[in-house]
Design a protein around this ligand. Structure first.
Ligand SMILES: C[S@@+](CC[C@H](N)C(=O)[O-])C[C@H]1O[C@@H](n2cnc3c(N)ncnc32)[C@H](O)[C@@H]1O
Length: 233
């Protein structure tokens, strides 16, 4: 599949939705939960604030945010694909007191007013967008002055580095074979292809500055395998 093709990406995540969470836990040994917690702690969402979780998938980050913005706050999870949103809504239904809702939408063309939200999170979404720079501009547009955003994704490493070789081996020898067992081989082979066209940390900082953010800081976590991009309006 062609990385960045919106229809193919939507189909991929619709197909993967039923096993997505289990596979994520398995492939990261549950560590993705810790990395996401680290991101949320850093962003420090507060009671009364309005936050967006873009490319929210099955909604784990949106739910975690919604526990932090109570009372008085609101979280909206947005995703292009309907199947992960159905999982997210069912999860939210188990904690109906949480101020969270889920909407189908395009992270590149959000149905939100300019300068209307306090914060934005995007976990493993930027790499999937047809135009990551446009995604950053759209985040900047919806953030109110002084707002903050945080993005987590795989880290694009220099291709000859030891960490990059480990990352490639992990994707080819662990991720793809495990996904193959669930009939999702091609879907997860896409991960390496999407990473090859993904800007590295320094380029992400540059794109964010070009989008108008006053502060942009990318740092590697998880032994260099993942990257956190934190932004200030
Ligand atoms: C790798 S999943 C990440 C899901 C979740 N945030 C997580 O960390 O588990 C990427 C998600 O981005 C969504 N996506 C891709 N392109 C999108 C777009 N243009 N607008 C909104 N969602 C998009 C996909 O449907 C998919 O659910």
């Amino acid at each position: 599949m062609r990385p960045g093709d919106p229809d193919a990406v939507e189909q991929l995540f619709n197909d993967a939705a039923p096993t997505y969470d289990r596979l994520n836990d398995l492939l990261s040994l549950g560590l993705h939960r810790q990395w996401k917690r680290q991101l949320i702690r850093h962003l420090d969402p507060r009671p009364g604030e309005v936050w967006l979780d873009l490319c929210c998938g099955t909604g784990d980050v949106a739910l975690a945010l919604s526990r932090r913005v109570r009372p008085g706050g609101q979280v909206v999870g947005v995703d292009a694909a309907e199947a992960p949103l159905a999982v997210a809504r069912s999860r939210a239904g188990r904690e109906p007191w949480l101020p969270v809702e889920f909407q189908q939408g395009d992270a590149l063309d959000l149905d939100f007013e300019t300068a209307s939200v306090d914060g934005v999170v995007m976990a493993y979404g930027l790499r999937n967008l047809a135009d990551p720079a446009a995604g950053l501009r759209e985040i900047k547009r919806v953030l109110r002055p002084g707002g903050r955003a945080g993005l987590i994704d795989f880290n694009r490493l220099p291709s000859t580095s030891l960490a990059a070789r480990f990352q490639r081996a992990y994707l080819r020898r662990v991720v793809v074979p495990v996904a193959e067992g669930l009939g999702l081989k091609d879907h997860y082979a896409y991960l390496e292809a999407s990473l090859q066209r993904f800007p590295d940390g320094a380029s992400q900082e540059l794109l964010a500055k070009e989008a108008g953010f006053s502060r942009a800081c990318h740092r590697a976590i998880a032994g260099g395998l993942m990257g956190l991009l934190t932004l200030r309006d």
